[in-house]
Write a new protein. Structure first.
Length: 297
């Protein structure tokens, strides 16, 4: 065997050894992955994410995927002759748009199920309506009625625990019902955060279209790889965080304050970013942690 070939093999072994303590630490722990953004629209990245989550399952994690589908919904809304409308980042959802959204999210859900099962792991696709998983009330945008957009008020995690206990990988579509049985679209970040709290997840991962968190987004040298939830809240209150990152970071800190040990913000455009963040010492994104987790790093 050539020396160069042996060195490549040894590097692979080093990567596996580096991953070992993380596999031991998080074995049998629940990890919720919010999957959306560009990683969903690119077939190669889609395959990469599904491979990562499936590997987590096979090495002993208990993953749950909560997916979005905003771009696909907008495409189908346009095909129906309507124009997608948004208020503060929330889709204005009339009855017809809700029907389209539920149809599209259902198709996305079953496609992800198929991809996981092609890799030899059993998956079960459900929506927040199944088993009263996600119960909602009407959500308003700055007092404005935006239709069938729901705010999660209660989570019934039993169906997720039952699936996990029976060795399934749950894949959740962010659709819920209110007390009257009406169907609502739910922001996927909100749904993932609510699920993570309810199931007692050890980790919550947001796959996004940015590298992570910056103190000043225009200055790449201000990238933050690790931060306490309390410090993240200070960034929000001091006005450093804005735009679409503001509600996402608020979800992150809320999750940590409600028992999730660590929340990751990762760039879903990087192939295998999930494995790189969880199984390597340096990681590739931003981790928001509680004080105990931070002291261990």
């Amino acid at each position: 065997m050539e020396k160069e070939e042996m060195e490549q093999i040894m590097k692979k072994a080093e990567v596996l050894i580096e991953a070992l303590p993380y596999i031991q630490k998080f074995n049998r722990k629940i990890i919720v992955v919010k999957y959306g953004g560009s990683a969903m629209s690119n077939e190669e990245l889609q395959r990469s994410v599904i491979q990562d989550v499936t590997l987590l399952k096979l090495v002993g994690f208990k993953p749950i995927i909560v997916h979005g589908g905003g771009k696909a919904i907008s495409e189908w809304v346009k095909k129906s002759g309507k124009e997608a409308q948004f208020v503060n980042g929330l889709r204005v959802t009339d009855a017809e748009t809700m029907e389209i959204a539920e149809m599209v999210l259902g198709r996305v859900n079953k496609h992800l199920v198929s991809m996981v099962q092609q890799l030899g792991v059993l998956a079960a696709g459900i929506s927040g309506k199944d088993g009263a998983l996600l119960q909602v009330e009407k959500k308003y945008a700055d007092g404005q009625d935006i239709g069938y957009v729901g705010n999660v008020t209660k989570v019934n995690p039993k169906i997720l625990h039952d699936l996990i206990d029976n060795d399934y990988l749950p894949i959740v579509s962010p659709v819920g019902m209110d007390e009257k049985g009406d169907t609502y679209n739910i922001n996927a970040d909100d749904a993932a955060c609510a699920v993570a709290k309810a199931v007692g997840a050890d980790k919550l991962v947001f796959l996004t279209d940015v590298e992570g968190l910056y103190r000043d987004f225009s200055d790449k040298s201000t990238f933050i790889s690790r931060i306490r939830a309390s410090e993240a809240e200070e960034l929000i209150s001091d006005g450093y965080i804005g735009g679409g990152m503001l509600p996402k970071l608020a979800n992150c800190t809320s999750a940590v304050e409600n028992g999730v040990n660590r929340v990751h913000i990762l760039d879903g455009r990087i192939p295998h970013c999930l494995l790189l963040e969880i199984f390597t010492d340096n990681g590739v994104g931003t981790a928001i942690m509680n004080d105990e987790e931070m002291s261990e790093n």
